[in-house]
Design a protein around this ligand. Structure first.
Ligand code: FDA
Length: 300
């Protein structure tokens, strides 16, 4: 990563909001549900499935968690009304996980129940490692209460994930597998990209082997290659897996994967917390931030 790109990423917090908005427009469907619905409609027309994410995490008040749950309920209703091929992805810290686990369980269960009524599905995103055990516990509780329209996320960079997979397989889980995005200590997460990729492939193999439905969430062409190899080798039906990518990232690879006949789900974030999300995304990939700023100057 070039010094310029890193500098641009470092300065992002002091960049005026309108500029961040311009730069991040490709990653975010807007701050309102109706904009997100338009984006999903277009994705569906292009043959891609979607998952809607109401931006925001770590609420400090239970009232904010209730407001987040309300936003998800409206999203589920709109998905149903507009007959979109789209589910929702939730972050448990936005539903009060760090404030009150029981409240979080009840709130998430109410959402999962509402999704079931509308024949839809709720994916529980995975956050930093301080949330892993609680998130998996809550997922298990929902399954134990008979809810099947709920899935979870596992992160290939965590050292514990191989064991988590074993402990979940008896549930025939619906799992999104990703590398993991949070900065974690070495004792918790592999730091070496090659090991993370080995771990991803090993976990994917085991999940498929164990009968899980897998959402292969990556823009890394090496992992797409490995996933396609596993799908072919096992003659996996299309109904047993899907690929997943983030809105605005690696359009080229997305088109290639879809042209190969695989199902592709695009993660579509929207909501009032667009600014915080944008800064995080751009920090993650300074090359993009640098690129955009370069082109801004070039235009002038
Ligand atoms: P890698 O980081 O190697 O990226 C491959 C290429 O993709 C890069 O070279 C770059 O060009 C491009 N790219 C990747 N990310 C980009 C970005 N943000 N902006 C621009 N270009 C980018 N993590 C987590 O901890 N919990 C979760 O619940 C989820 N959920 C989730 C859902 C979906 C649908 C996806 C695709 C990803 C997640 N993630 C996540 C994030 C995931 O853990 C991971 O950090 C990113 O996907 C980047 O890893 P890749 O596998 O894409 O490889």
């Amino acid at each position: 990563m070039g010094l310029f790109d890193r500098l641009v990423a470092g300065f992002l917090p002091v960049v005026p909001k309108p500029l961040v908005r311009m730069v991040s427009a490709r990653y975010i469907a807007g701050d309102k549900l109706d904009r997100a619905v338009e984006v999903v409609k277009k994705l569906n027309l292009s043959g891609a499935l979607s998952t809607l994410d109401v931006l925001g995490e770590h609420v400090d008040r239970l009232d904010d968690a209730k407001a987040t749950a309300g936003a998800y309920r409206r999203a589920l209703e709109e998905i149903d009304a507009k007959k979109l091929d789209c589910n929702v992805s939730v972050k448990l810290t936005a539903l009060g996980l760090k404030l009150d686990k029981e409240f979080c369980l009840e709130t998430t269960e109410a959402l999962v129940r509402e999704a079931a009524r509308l024949k839809n599905f709720v994916r529980i995103d995975m956050e930093d490692s301080s949330c892993t055990t609680d998130t998996l516990d809550l997922y298990r509780k929902l399954r134990a209460r008979g809810h099947d329209n709920v899935g979870v996320v596992l992160q290939a960079y965590l050292r514990r994930t191989a064991e988590d997979v074993e402990s979940l397989l008896d549930l025939s889980p619906n799992v999104r597998l990703c590398k993991g995005i949070y900065v974690e200590a070495r004792r918790i997460a592999f730091q070496d990209g090659a090991i993370v990729n080995r771990s991803f492939v090993t976990l994917l193999d085991r999940l498929v082997d164990g009968g899980a439905y897998v959402g292969v969430a990556t823009h890394d062409e090496r992992l797409v290659f490995e996933a396609e190899r596993i799908v072919r080798k096992r003659k996996l039906l299309r109904s047993r897996y899907e690929f997943q990518m983030l809105l605005g990232v690696e359009r080229g690879l997305r088109d290639i994967v879809m042209a190969s006949g695989h199902r592709m789900r695009i993660y579509v974030p929207f909501g009032a917390a667009w600014y915080e999300y944008s800064v995080r995304r751009l920090k993650e990939n300074p090359a993009i931030a640098g690129h955009v700023v370069r082109s801004l100057f070039a235009r002038r």
